[in-house]
Every structure is written in C-alpha cells, then in structure tokens.
Ligand binder design. Structure first.
Ligand code: ZN
Length: 198
C-alpha cells in the first residue's frame, strides 16, 4: 500500500488539513500538545481501516506484521525507546494481545530501537473513544496513564509512542504528558491511521 503522500497534514498532530497553505491545525495553534510530532501513515478509512479493525476486533493477528511494515515507511527520528500505547489489564485479557505492541515489533527491529511495553501503565479503564462525544473523548484519558518507576529510575531521553488509530489525540497527549512529567525530554508518536476531521 502506497503512503498517501499527497495528504496535507498538521505538522504537529498529523490531522488532514483542508488547505494547502496551512501547516498547523486550529487545535494545535490554540494549545500546543505535550508531544513534538505525530507521524501518520494514512487516514482511518478504506482498506487501512478494514485491516486495522480485522486485527483488533476480529483478532486476525497475521495482519499485525504487514500493518507494522507500514509504520516502517514513516520518517521517524532517532529515539532511545519505542512505547506502545498500553491497554488496560481487563481489555488486554479480553483481546488476548495489545495490537500496538504487535505493530511495534517490526519497527523496533528496523530502527534497532528497544521496545518497552511496560514503561507506560494504563491504570484506568476508559470507555472506547469511538462511542463518546468529542468533548467527553478529550477529557476521557485524563488520569488513565502513569509511568512505571517514575522518579526512581532513569528515563529515556527521546521516545516514540506507537498506536494503531489516533482519534482526537487525547490519549497520545495524555501519554506524552505523563512521560514529560517523569523526565522524558522529547515525545514523538507514530500511528497507522488518523481519523478525518469532524
Ligand atoms: Zn494539529
């Protein structure tokens, strides 16, 4: 699958932009997020959406490797660690795997950067983002994440958070917020798909 290079995206959060002349979306101009930049493969629609949903909801695990390959095509900067967005314990048991962790495996090999699935902890179960209104979704992940060993062990300097789908960006922003508070200097993110603007 070719990368949709023609899509103009916000240089910070990666959302598709309507105009060729803007380089940041209104939300990022209004309030800078805690992450530096989100690298996005494509929009959450069509074949990409179908493949992600088959992996996640129908548990077609063999799609994880080819989908992970797509992340390898992104121009991700040099970092010290890759961090998949964790699932809550309950959801991890329900699904049997964390799709973001599986998507990270090939990227970790390609970049020769270690993958650390246990640094970010999802301490609170949040309702699936897609079932909530935008306003509630933006507040939803607050307090849901923490950093393991925060204040007791050295933190990586630069990290990339990896997730399958980015909706409002609130989840990745909350992960970035707790990482920066724990001492990480630079947080980037890589996602397979970004939802289209509402
Ligand atoms: Zn933006």
């Amino acid at each position: 699958m070719a990368r949709a290079a023609e899509t103009r995206r916000c240089t910070t959060c990666g959302i598709a932009l309507p105009s060729d002349y803007s380089f940041k979306c209104g939300a990022c101009i209004k309030e800078s997020p805690h992450f530096r930049k989100v690298y996005v493969f494509g929009d959450y629609c069509g074949t990409l959406k179908t493949a992600i949903n088959l992996l996640k909801f129908e548990r077609v695990r063999r799609l994880a490797a080819p989908l992970g390959e797509l992340l390898c095509s992104l121009p991700i900067p040099r970092v010290d660690m890759l961090l998949p967005v964790p699932l809550s314990k309950k959801r991890l048991i329900q699904r049997g795997f964390n799709q973001s962790h599986l998507l990270c495996l090939g990227l970790s090999r390609k970049l020769s950067v270690p993958l650390e699935p246990a640094l970010l902890i999802r301490s609170k179960d949040t309702a699936p983002q897609s079932t909530l209104s935008r306003e509630v979704r933006l507040r939803n992940p607050r307090g849901a994440f923490s950093v393991a060993g925060s204040g007791r062990r050295p933190m990586p300097r630069r990290v990339v958070i990896v997730d399958d789908v980015m909706t409002t960006g609130a989840t990745i922003n909350e992960c970035a917020r707790v990482l920066v508070r724990a001492g990480v200097e630079e947080v980037h993110a890589a996602v397979l798909a970004r939802t289209r603007p509402e």
